[in-house]
Design a protein. Structure first.
Ligand code: G4P
Length: 532
């Protein structure tokens, strides 16, 4: 490992592996950048990636996603501060929910939820929050953009409490908002954070005070703002739950920090809460029971695979999250799916924009392993034991299309491209029992554009899409082999195989699916399937 090597603290207990969840535009990118700055991982604001509209203009967005450097940094960013190693895993920024997002959340121990102070809880935030709840991932809330006119802090807190059924515990409160914004007050530490330059300046100062009445603090605030803040602070402290670390870690309570990512207000305070209270690596579910981070034997799972990171080599990088043990470079690990040993000689560590070889890793750490297709999402690596981590599902797609190849000579390239991109989780690929063209399924339509653009860019192959009569896909299975065979025979036109050759039923409508279910009680029609 490069500069970070000497600073690597000992063991898993010093790891905080987390993601940021939010609705597009709430400020995730800006906050990521400021967290990396606070952790000393980057020196220059604006270095993470394009922000806001610039990025989301579709063509720009795809260009950016295709530019390798940015894809690398956007998958995992590691930084260290005061003996804690933070592994920040990025969830894709676009609004289409994808499997990639879900899988990334299987690899974190906690999350920061960014909420726009003016908009409150938005649809994507809610969806991502539900996934966190399913997996018992504790959440710290950052209410962003308090430097702009927004809703009252109480309105935002009440909305979080009601919409997400979560107890809120305000920790850092805005002193005025919008044009009245003067800084933020940290209740737990009695600290006032502000900007020396005042109007519109970045946060650069912190004053430790004796409490809300301390003249050292009150004398700094415009009287009309102070009066309102004093009232609000009293109500906030009395009206909401005080912080309870256990309730937070169990996912019942969220500490709330009001701030401004753009102007750097409350980012340090947020990071301090993550360092102090966010859980270190938690036990991970496996088919042989939970795997404790304290286990001596190394174990890890692949939660993401990225093809063509280096456009000059057809390489893939598997992103691996360690769950136990102390990994050292060069170790031979057991690749459980194949039963073969895998020597990990070139594990990559991601330090903001740099990649470097890492010498070691602990539970909670995420590294990249370059490989040529050996490692797949869902794979387990261990120091010897043959068990499998669970909980990485594939979801039934909601948008289906037939792939049309513009130049039939490029069939081989198309097959390769679909295999690679299915591996990344960008798309699901189905081969119909009858007919020769592949059918692709995605969760949101934007993914189709990305698919075509990447196949053009990375595989020099032009494709188009044609509508298919199918509305979704369901994995079919049955304890009774014969019944499954009969069903497949009777419904041949609506059956396809997924990339692992598992049979899939492609119904034309919800009605057809319901009908098939009723008629075939011995067959399961599954919306998700576990990756193996
Ligand atoms: P995202 O990743 O969640 O999609 O959001 P991103 O950070 O890209 O921020 C979305 C927009 O919100 C950006 O403006 C960004 O500057 C702005 N923003 C983020 N945090 C704050 C904040 O604390 N206060 C204020 N006032 N604005 C904030 P943009 O106009 O789309 O981009 P840009 O031209 O400003 O870069």
């Amino acid at each position: 490992m490069t500069q970070a090597a000497s600073a690597v603290p000992t063991g898993y207990a010093a790891r905080r592996t987390f993601a940021i969840i939010s609705h597009p535009d709430a400020g995730k990118t800006t906050l990521t950048e400021k967290l990396l700055l606070a952790g000393g991982a980057i020196n220059m604001a604006g270095a993470v990636k394009a922000r806001g509209e610039n990025r989301r203009a579709r063509s720009d967005w795809m260009e950016i996603e295709q530019s390798r450097g940015i894809s690398v940094t956007s998958s995992v960013m590691t930084f260290e501060r005061e003996g804690i190693t933070f592994n920040l895993l990025d969830t894709p920024g676009h609004s289409d929910f994808s499997e990639d997002t879900y899988r990334t959340l299987t690899a974190v121990d906690s999350a920061i939820m960014v909420v726009d102070a003016a908009k409150g809880i938005e649809s994507q935030t809610r969806k991502l929050f539900e996934i966190c709840r399913l997996r018992d991932i504790p959440i710290i809330t950052f209410v962003n953009k308090v430097d702009r006119e927004g809703r009252s802090p109480f309105e935002v807190l009440d909305e979080i409490e009601e919409a997400l059924a979560l107890t809120v515990s305000p920790q850092v409160w805005p002193v005025g908002m919008g044009t009245d914004f003067q800084g933020c007050y940290d209740f737990a530490h009695d600290e006032f954070i502000y900007s020396k330059a005042r109007a519109n300046g970045p946060c650069d100062s912190l004053k430790k005070v004796e409490g809300l009445d301390d003249p050292a603090f009150t004398s700094m605030i415009a009287p009309h703002v102070l009066e309102r803040f004093a009232e609000e602070a009293e109500l906030a402290r009395e009206g909401y739950a005080s912080f309870d670390a256990d309730a937070y870690r169990q996912g019942h309570l969220t500490p709330v920090v009001f701030g401004s990512a753009l102007r750097d207000f409350s980012v340090d305070q947020l990071l301090r809460i993550v360092a102090r209270f966010a859980p270190p690596p938690r036990p991970q579910p496996s088919d042989k029971g939970p795997v404790e981070p304290t286990n001596d034997e190394v174990s890890a799972f692949v939660f993401k695979v990225q093809a063509n990171m280096d456009p000059n080599h057809r390489d893939r990088v598997a992103f691996v999250r360690f769950c136990s043990g102390h990994f050292k470079r060069g170790m031979k690990l057991n690749h459980v799916r194949s039963g073969k040993p895998l020597a990990v000689n070139n594990p990559i560590y991601f330090f903001a924009q740099e990649r470097a070889l890492t010498e070691e890793a602990f539970a909670g750490d995420v590294i990249g392993i370059p490989n040529h297709g050996t490692l797949r999402v869902g794979d387990t690596l261990t120091e010897g034991a043959a068990f499998r981590f669970t909980g990485l599902p594939s979801f039934a797609p909601e948008v289906m299309r037939r792939v049309r190849l513009e130049d039939t000579m490029r069939m081989k390239q198309l097959r390769r491209a679909l295999e690679d991109l299915a591996e990344e989780g960008l798309v699901q690929v189905f081969k119909p029992m009858f007919g020769s063209n592949w059918i692709v399924g995605v969760v949101g339509p934007l993914q189709l554009d990305v698919l075509a653009s990447r196949i053009r860019g990375e595989y020099k192959t032009e494709i188009g899409f044609e509508p298919v009569p199918y509305s979704t896909a369901r994995w079919i299975s049955s304890p009774d082999e014969r019944k499954l065979k009969d069903f497949i025979k009777d419904n041949g036109m609506s059956i396809a195989l997924d990339r692992d050759e598992r049979p899939v039923f492609l119904p034309k409508s919800d009605w057809e699916l319901r009908y098939a279910r009723e008629r075939n009680p011995d067959i399961s029609f599954d919306e998700t399937r576990e990756l193996v």
